[in-house]
Design a protein around this ligand. Structure first.
Ligand SMILES: *[C@@H]1O[C@H](CO)[C@@H](O)[C@H](O)[C@H]1NC(C)=O
Ligand SMILES: *[C@@H]1O[C@H](CO)[C@@H](O)[C@H](O)[C@H]1NC(C)=O
Ligand SMILES: *[C@@H]1O[C@H](CO)[C@@H](O)[C@H](O)[C@H]1NC(C)=O
Ligand SMILES: *[C@@H]1O[C@H](CO)[C@@H](O)[C@H](O)[C@H]1NC(C)=O
Length: 421
């Protein structure tokens, strides 16, 4: 159970009331100028594929940043979630490639104006197979709460014993959320100066490779001040913290703004609700400041939730229209998703590369890699966003009982019709 569950998802089935609030609670138009570039998550892509993608597509399409899968050493396991179970922070060897390949990719992407964004998993370490010894992707072995870089005392633990810890089971209790083990994964004591200094060294190592942009995984499971403790000295160009707010959670997303931006799943949920129901009138109301928010329609976590509460590539045109809205509307900094096709929760990435040696692409809904970000209309909309970056939304119109939305931005005009899809 614990090893087949992702490290950063929660049961969303109880969240619908919260969504209702999000959509109906605020009538004011939340928007800002979109002077922030479009990003893409190339989930589980190899470094060599990412470098080729920067050079052959992303730069021309106007995409300015690419979020890679976590680069640290992780538990050796074919499932996608293994990337989110760190074994160590000194050897950058993962399924995507080694440190030399990462450095090459950072340089090649930067050369064409695309920055690499590292996904940083700092909250917890890996759980070994039931009580035994585990192996990392760089060959490092580890045991139950004992790693090359961390001793049992470096983890949150029971009072009087370092052998184990409480489990996260009460989102109304901040201490429970931020100091207990989530899904059985040993929870690093991110308050401790020993742990903070090791995490800072990891950020420094990434920095030395030229990486200045960071996504912080499972941020809610760490206190904002702990994150500040290990990120504080990093000269980051962009930081966004993954915040998944379960019902009754008493931790406020705003606490995390001291460290940078936040990426909230609520945006994806509200888009799902609006587009699935054909009730687009709620799309204007969002409660957070535009310049503090990264927005996405789905992510590697969201597209594996059951039941689904986000749109994914399996929604076809509806998914495309939601992305078009996200790119057209000046709210938040958009993060496009790029997936591989999967039919089982644990399924890891395809074994074939995205870019074939002959220049062919393994991309499409009938291919191993989906490459949603290459949808032709997104390129058009990134250009639209660029040309209308200083213009606010005017002429907001809801037609056909909510199934159609249209609005202007300066000399640009967008109309989105979900009827019949
Ligand atoms: C971890 O090791 C401790 C002893 O150090 C033991 O009490 C505990 O049950 C072990 N936990 C697991 C999950 O094996
Ligand atoms: C340790 O004791 C404190 C005070 O009773 C309690 O709040 C905390 O949850 C305990 N920690 C664990 C891991 O059981
Ligand atoms: C975590 O670290 C803080 C700061 O060093 C310390 O006060 C606290 O006791 C530690 N918690 C555990 C469970 O060791
Ligand atoms: C628009 O695109 C141009 C050319 O790629 C780029 O220099 C500029 O920064 C972009 N502006 C915005 C607001 O995205």
């Amino acid at each position: 159970m614990r090893r087949s569950t992702p490290a950063c998802t929660y049961d969303r089935s109880a969240c619908i009331p919260f969504l209702g609030l999000l959509l109906l609670g605020q009538q004011a138009v939340a928007q800002g100028t979109s002077a922030t570039g479009v990003l893409v998550q190339l989930f589980e892509w190899s470094y060599s594929d990412i470098a080729l993608e920067c050079e052959t597509y992303l730069a021309q399409a106007g995409i300015v940043g690419v979020q890679i899968s976590p680069p640290q050493e992780a538990i050796e396991d074919p499932a996608w979630w293994s990337r989110y179970q760190p074994v160590g922070f000194t050897k950058l060897v993962s399924r995507s490639g080694d440190q030399a390949a990462l450095l090459d990719t950072v340089r090649r992407c930067q050369a064409v104006g695309v920055q690499v964004i590292a996904d940083v998993v700092a909250n917890h370490m890996a759980a070994p197979p039931a009580g035994g010894t585990g192996t990392g992707t760089a060959g490092t072995t580890f045991q139950n709460r004992t790693f090359a870089d961390f001793a049992p005392t470096d983890f949150h633990h029971w009072n009087g014993s370092t052998a184990g810890n409480c489990g996260v089971d009460n989102f109304a209790d901040r201490v429970n959320v931020q100091t207990c083990d989530f899904n059985g994964l040993p929870d690093l004591n991110t308050t401790s100066s020993v742990v903070q200094s090791k995490l800072s060294q990891y950020i420094g190592l990434l920095h030395s490779l030229g990486i200045t942009a960071f996504r912080l995984d499972s941020a809610l499971l760490m206190s904002a001040s702990d994150i500040q403790g290990f990120m504080g000295t990093a000269e980051a160009s962009l930081v966004y913290q993954e915040i998944t707010l379960p019902p009754r959670c008493t931790i406020a997303p705003q606490e995390y703004l001291i460290n940078g931006k936040i990426v909230l799943q609520d945006y994806a949920y509200s888009m799902f609700t609006a587009f699935k129901s054909g009730q687009l009138q709620g799309l204007q109301a969002q409660p957070y400041a535009s310049d503090k928010l990264i927005v996405n329609i789905d992510s590697h976590d969201l597209q594996r939730q059951s039941p689904l509460t986000s749109l994914t590539y399996t929604d076809g045109k509806l998914y495309e229209l939601a992305n078009i809205f996200m790119l057209a509307y000046p709210y938040g900094q958009p993060l496009l998703m790029s997936s591989y096709s999967f039919s089982a929760f644990n399924q890891g990435p395809p074994s074939v590369p995205v870019h074939g040696a002959d220049g062919s692409l393994s991309c499409g809904t009938d291919q191993p890699w989906v490459c949603e970000h290459r949808t032709p209309s997104y390129k058009v909309m990134i250009n639209f966003r660029n040309h209308t970056s200083q213009a606010l939304v005017t002429d907001w119109q809801i037609l056909m009982g909510g199934a159609m939305v249209a609005f202007s931005r300066g000399s640009g005009f967008v109309a989105i019709n979900t009827a019949g899809i």
